[in-house]
Ligand binder design. Structure first.
Ligand code: UD1
Ligand code: CA
Length: 460
C-alpha cells in the first residue's frame, strides 16, 4: 500500500502567506499529522503532491523521521484532484496486482489510522473503497450516487449536481483506496468537462463501475475526522475538537483537569498518577509530569519534565527544564532552557533561571536572575541577587558549593566560585572567589554624618 497525499492547493480562504497545510493543529502542521498517520499504517511509500508554497513545505517537513522518506511530487498548476494524483502516478508501483493506492488530503488532519485500516480492509484489485460521511451538513461536498440496489455508481460534485442530487446526505470525504494496477488507466480517461473545468479524481468511480468494478463505501458519521480545513473557522473548530478529545483521554486516565476546555496540549503530554491541572494551562512540545504534580493557573510548560510531588504555581513559564521531586516553582517564575532543578528546590516569584543547575534543598525565593550557574545543596539566594554572566562579549559561569548564603541585592560577577559555607553580605558585588566558611563583604562602608541638614524648598 502506498499513500498519495494531496497538498498542492493554495488555501486562498486562509488569507495567509503560509501554505495551508503548514497551519498547525495541536502544535503540529496539518500535513505533518497526515504524514504521521500514513507512517502509522505502514505505507510502503508516501508521495506528497505539492504546488503552492512547495519549498516552504519541503523545508519544514522534508525529513519526517522514523526511517521514512517522502517522495515530493510537483503539481505546477492545480487543475484538480485527478490531475494531482496523475502527477504521482509514474512513481507508483503498478506492476504489483495487490498494491493499493490510498489517497489522503493534507488539509484533513484528524483522520484516524484505525479508520484507514478499516477502509483498506475493503480494498482489493477489482474495487475502489470510498470513505463516505453521513451528514446533513453536506454543503460544498461531492454527493455519493447509489443505484436502486444501493450500490455506489458515481460521485457528483455539488456544482455539477441536480437539485435532487444536492439533497443527498451521503458525501465524499475525498479519501479513497484504489487498486494501483488500474489507476493509470482510469486517470487517463478523465476529462475536465464540468462546471469547474477541473480533472476530478472522483470521476474515476463512474469509470470503474463501467469496467465492472465494485465500489465499497465505508460510511462514518464522525464529521471532524474527515473535516477539511479551508478557512480559519474550520482550523479553530478542529483545534477545539482535538483538544477536547485529548483532554477527555487525560481525564479518563485519572488526571484532574479543573476545566478540560481551558487546557491546551500542543505536543505530547505524559502524566503520572494524581496530577492536577488548573485552568489556562498550555503544554508545548514533549512534557512529562510525575505523580502528584500540581500545575497552577496560567502556566506554560514547554519541553520539560517535572518530578513527583512538585508544584508549579500560577503564572509561571517553564521551557527546556528538568525539575526534580517535591520542588516548588512560582508564582510568576521564569525557568528557561538548560535549567536543572534537583529535589526540594524552591524558586519563588519573579525569579529567572537559565542554564542553571541547582542542588537539593536550595532556595531562591524572590526577585533574582540565575544564569550560567552551578549551585550546590541547601544554598540560599537572597532577594535581588543577580548572577552577572555576560561581560558584553562572552558568557561566564558561577559555581557555588553547598550551604552558601547570598545576602539580598548582591551581584556575582562571573566567572566566580564560592566554596562551601561561604556567606555573602547583603548588597555585595562579588568578583573574586570566596573560600570555604568565609564571609565576603563587597560594598562601600557606611558613613553616618552628624548634624547633616535636609535640603529646603527654594522660596521664589
Ligand atoms: C474534494 C472532492 C469532493 C469531496 C471534498 C472533501 C474532488 C473533485 N472533489 O472537493 O468530492 O467531497 O474534496 O473535502 O475530488 N488539491 C491538489 N491539487 C489540485 C486540487 C486539489 O493538490 O489540483 C488538493 C487540495 O490542496 C486539497 C485536496 O486536494 O488538499 C482537495 O481539494 P479541494 O479543492 O479542497 O477539493 P474540493 O473541491 O473540496
Ligand atoms: Ca476542500
Amino acid at each position: 500500500m502506498e499513500v498519495v497525499i494531496l497538498a498542492a492547493g493554495k488555501g486562498t480562504r486562509m488569507f495567509s502567506a503560509l501554505p495551508k497545510v503548514l497551519h498547525a493543529i495541536g502544535g503540529k502542521p496539518m500535513l505533518q499529522r497526515v504524514i504521521a498517520t500514513a507512517i502509522e499504517i505502514n505505507a510502503k511509500q508516501i508521495h506528497v503532491v505539492v504546488g503552492f508554497g512547495a519549498d516552504k513545505i519541503k523545508a519544514k517537513l522534508g525529513n519526517p523521521g522514523l526511517g521514512q522518506t517522502i517522495n515530493w511530487v510537483m503539481q505546477e498548476e492545480q487543475l484538480g484532484t485527478g490531475h494531482a494524483v496523475q502527477q504521482a502516478a509514474s512513481f507508483i508501483n503498478s506492476d504489483d496486482n495487490d498494491n493499493t493506492i490510498l489517497v489522503l488530503y493534507g488539509d484533513v488532519p484528524l483522520i484516524q489510522a484505525s479508520t484507514l485500516i478499516r477502509l483498506l480492509s475493503l480494498a482489493d484489485k477489482n474495487s475502489i473503497s470510498l470513505l463516505t460521511l453521513a451528514t446533513a451538513n453536506n454543503q460544498g461536498l461531492g454527493r455519493i450516487i447509489r443505484d436502486e440496489n444501493e450500490d455506489v455508481v458515481a460521485i457528483i460534485e455539488e456544482k455539477d449536481a441536480t437539485e435532487e442530487q444536492r439533497a443527498i446526505t451521503e458525501v465524499n470525504s475525498g479519501i479513497m483506496a484504489i487498486p494501483a494496477a488500474r489507476l493509470a488507466d482510469w486517470l487517463s480517461r478523465l476529462d475536465n468537462a464540468n462546471q469547474q473545468a477541473e480533472y476530478y479524481l472522483t470521476d474515476i468511480v463512474a469509470k470503474a463501475v463501467q469496467d465492472g468494478c465494485k465500489i465499497n463505501a465505508l460510511t462514518i458519521d464522525a464529521e471532524n475526522e474527515v473535516q477539511g480545513v479551508n478557512d480559519k473557522t474550520q482550523l479553530a473548530q478542529l483545534e477545539r475538537h482535538l483538544q477536547m478529545t485529548n483532554n477527555s483521554k487525560l481525564i479518563e486516565q485519572g488526571v484532574t483537569l479543573r476545566d478540560p476546555a481551558r487546557v491546551d496540549v500542543r505536543g505530547e503530554l505524559n502524566c503520572g498518577q494524581d496530577v492536577e491541572i488548573d485552568v489556562n494551562v498550555i503544554f508545548e512540545g514533549a512534557v512529562t509530569l510525575g505523580n502528584n504534580v500540581s500545575i497552577g493557573a496560567n502556566v506554560i510548560i514547554k519541553d520539560s519534565s517535572i518530578g513527583d510531588g512538585s508544584e508549579i504555581l500560577a503564572n509561571s513559564n517553564i521551557d527546556g527544564a528538568q525539575i526534580g521531586n517535591e520542588t516548588a516553582i512560582g508564582p510568576s517564575a521564569r525557568i528557561r532552557p538548560g535549567t536543572v532543578l534537583h529535589n526540594k528546590v524552591k524558586i519563588g516569584n519573579f525569579v529567572e533561571t537559565k542554564n542553571a543547575i541547582i542542588g537539593n534543598g536550595s532556595k531562591a525565593n524572590h526577585l533574582a536572575y540565575i544564569g550560567d550557574a552551578e549551585i550546590g545543596e541547601n544554598c540560599n539566594i537572597g532577594a535581588g541577587t543577580i548572577f552577572c554572566n555576560y561581560d558584553g562579549a562572552n558568557k561566564h559561569k558561577s559555581t557555588l558549593g553547598n550551604n552558601v548564603f547570598i545576602g539580598s541585592n548582591s551581584v556575582l560577577v562571573a566567572p566566580v566560585s564560592l566554596a562551601d559555607n561561604a556567606f555573602v553580605a547583603a548588597g555585595s558585588a562579588i568578583n573574586s572567589d570566596v573560600p570555604e566558611n568565609h564571609l565576603a563583604v563587597g560594598r562601600g562602608k557606611q558613613r553616618n554624618i552628624k548634624g547633616w541638614k535636609r535640603p529646603t524648598k527654594n522660596q521664589n
